[in-house]
Every structure is written in structure tokens, then in C-alpha cells.
Design a protein around this ligand. Structure first.
Ligand code: ATP
Ligand code: MG
Length: 270
């Protein structure tokens, strides 16, 4: 492992999809844990007032001293608010219901969509990856996430309406890229909760490949009950049962992401 001084600042990725319950938080938690198994220094930012990424990382959202809300309104720094997920071996910037008030406070602030980016800039050198678990909305909170990120990872279920919702998100990413954050780009689409026995899912999966080509990750996360059980134990799925099919898929996804980033960096340098 290189000494920290020679490392580059973190890559910041949003895990986003405005559709609810599509596997964003499950992906964020398991990707954070998978990257940390590679010796990467990872911060998981919980940008959702539901606080599911916090709880699923084994941190009690109701007893944390500080949370993302204070960071966004400027009364705490990330250094003061972050906590360690011992379960996943990564840091967490926790969230809870308080964060829903941030929308109202932010509206009155200057640079209201840049607050998270400014907070991240102070600690970006301390990590290799910063993952942001977005809420199921295209709100000011999500905008703060997109304004802070280099890339977006979109988990999606292969269902009939999936592609329709996707175009809204892809258009939002393009708009943010144009107007707020020129660094932002789509990293890729991850098919999750996949059941190959369902013909419609196979068809939608093939459609996604046709539309998005190389932007579709080869790794596919199956529907797997062990992944759904893990959060109630405060553990990432890949720690809860590392031999489950779901865990293996997320470990594979972590490997694929690291490989893809290396390739992109090599192409950019060429
Ligand atoms: P929200 O939009 O509410 O933030 P989300 O997109 O973050 O939801 P998750 O919370 O990750 O979605 O997942 C929704 C539900 O599906 C959870 O109960 C989760 O445990 C379960 N789940 C996620 N991925 C899988 C999977 N691959 N197999 C089985 N269950 C899964
Ligand atoms: Mg979620």
C-alpha cells in the first residue's frame, strides 16, 4: 500500500435513483465494505433522512452526537460528525430525521447546492472513495450530492418502468454537468435484485445493454434474502454472509469498479 501522502484525493460517487426502494442503500453499504477489503479508505455519506445507510452500517442514527444536518448548515465539520463503521471498516457521515429540515435551511443559503461539496473539500485527501447514498428524490439534498461528485452509479431493477424513470435521472445528471459541476459523469448502471427466471427482467436487462452499452456493469446483483437480512444485524451483506450469492455479486462489483476506474485513468493519461 502506498503511504497516504502519495495518494490522490478521493473519487466521489453518488449512488442515485429517484425511484424508491431500488437498492441504492444496499449498493452503497456493500460497495463501501467491498472497497475497504481492497485496503481503500472509504467514507459513506448518508444523504437520506431515513438514515438507512447509517443503521445498516451498524450505527445508531438516533444516538450519534452530530450528523450530516449540522455539516450542511455549517455548525459542524465532517471530521467532527463522522463515525467509524467497525462492521464494514469504513467511515460514515450519519443522517437521521433532522436532515429533512436541511432542505428548508439550505434554500435560504447562498451557494445552497454547494454546501456538501465545500464540506467534502476539507477531507477529500483523507479518503480513496467517498460514496454518497442519495434519497429517492431529485431534491436540493440530491443536488448537493450531484454537485459534490465526480460520478454517478445508478442501481436499477429490470422492470417495465425502470427505463422511463432513468431518462429523468440521466437528464438531471446532464443538467448538473452543464450548469453546476462539469466533473460529473455517469459511471455506470448496476442491475440489482435480478431474477433471471423472470422473462421480463431478461428482456429489460437486454434493453438496458442496448441503450447504455459499456455503461452497464457486467456484475449483476441477484435478488438474495441474505442481503435483505443483513441491515437488521447492522452489517453489510458482504460481512453478514460473505458466501451468499448477493455478497459475491457485490464483491465482484467492487472489483469491476476498481478495474474500470483504472482503465479510465489510463485512457485519460494516454
Ligand atoms: P430508498 O429509495 O427508500 O432509499 P433504496 O433504493 O435505498 O430505497 P434499499 O433500501 O437498498 O433501496 O432496498 C430496498 C429493500 O430491498 C430493502 O429492504 C433491502 O434490504 C432490499 N434489497 C435490496 N437489494 C436486495 C437484493 N439484491 N435482494 C433482496 N433484497 C434486496
Ligand atoms: Mg435508501
Amino acid at each position: 500500500m502506498n503511504p497516504p501522502a502519495t495518494r490522490k484525493p478521493a473519487q466521489v460517487f453518488c449512488i442515485a435513483n429517484q425511484k424508491g426502494g431500488v437498492g441504492k442503500t444496499t449498493t452503497a453499504i456493500n460497495l463501501a465494505a467491498a472497497l475497504s477489503t481492497h485496503g481503500k479508505r472509504v467514507l459513506l455519506i448518508d444523504l437520506d433522512p431515513q438514515g438507512n445507510a447509517t443503521m445498516g452500517s451498524g450505527i445508531n442514527k438516533n444516538t450519534v452526537e452530530k450528523n450530516l444536518y449540522q455539516v450542511l448548515i455549517g455548525t459542524a465539520t465532517i471530521t467532527e460528525a463522522r463515525v467509524r463503521s467497525e462492521a464494514g471498516a469504513y467511515d460514515v457521515l450519519p443522517a437521521n430525521r433532522e436532515l429533512s429540515g436541511a432542505e428548508i435551511d439550505l434554500v435560504q443559503m447562498e451557494d445552497r447546492e454547494q454546501q456538501l461539496k465545500q464540506a467534502i473539500s476539507l477531507i477529500i485527501d483523507e479518503y480513496d472513495f467517498i460514496l454518497i447514498d442519495c434519497p429517492p428524490t431529485l431534491s436540493l439534498l440530491t443536488l448537493n450530492g450531484l454537485a459534490s461528485a465526480h460520478g454517478v452509479i445508478i442501481p436499477m431493477q429490470c422492470e417495465y418502468f425502470a427505463l422511463e424513470g432513468l431518462s429523468d435521472l440521466v437528464n438531471t445528471v446532464k443538467r448538473v454537468h452543464r450548469n453546476i459541476n462539469p466533473e460529473l459523469h455517469l459511471i455506470g448502471l448496476l442491475r440489482v435484485m435480478f431474477d433471471p427466471r423472470v422473462t421480463l427482467q431478461q428482456q429489460v436487462s437486454a434493453q438496458i445493454e442496448t441503450h447504455f452499452g459499456d455503461k452497464v456493469f457486467k456484475s449483476i446483483v441477484p435478488r438474495n434474502v441474505r442481503l435483505a437480512e443483513a441491515p437488521s444485524h447492522g452489517l453489510p451483506g458482504i460481512v453478514y454472509d460473505k458466501n451468499s450469492r448477493g455478497a459475491k455479486a457485490y464483491i465482484e462489483f467492487g472489483n469491476e469498479l476498481i478495474k474500470r476506474i483504472k482503465q479510465e485513468a489510463a485512457q485519460a493519461g494516454a
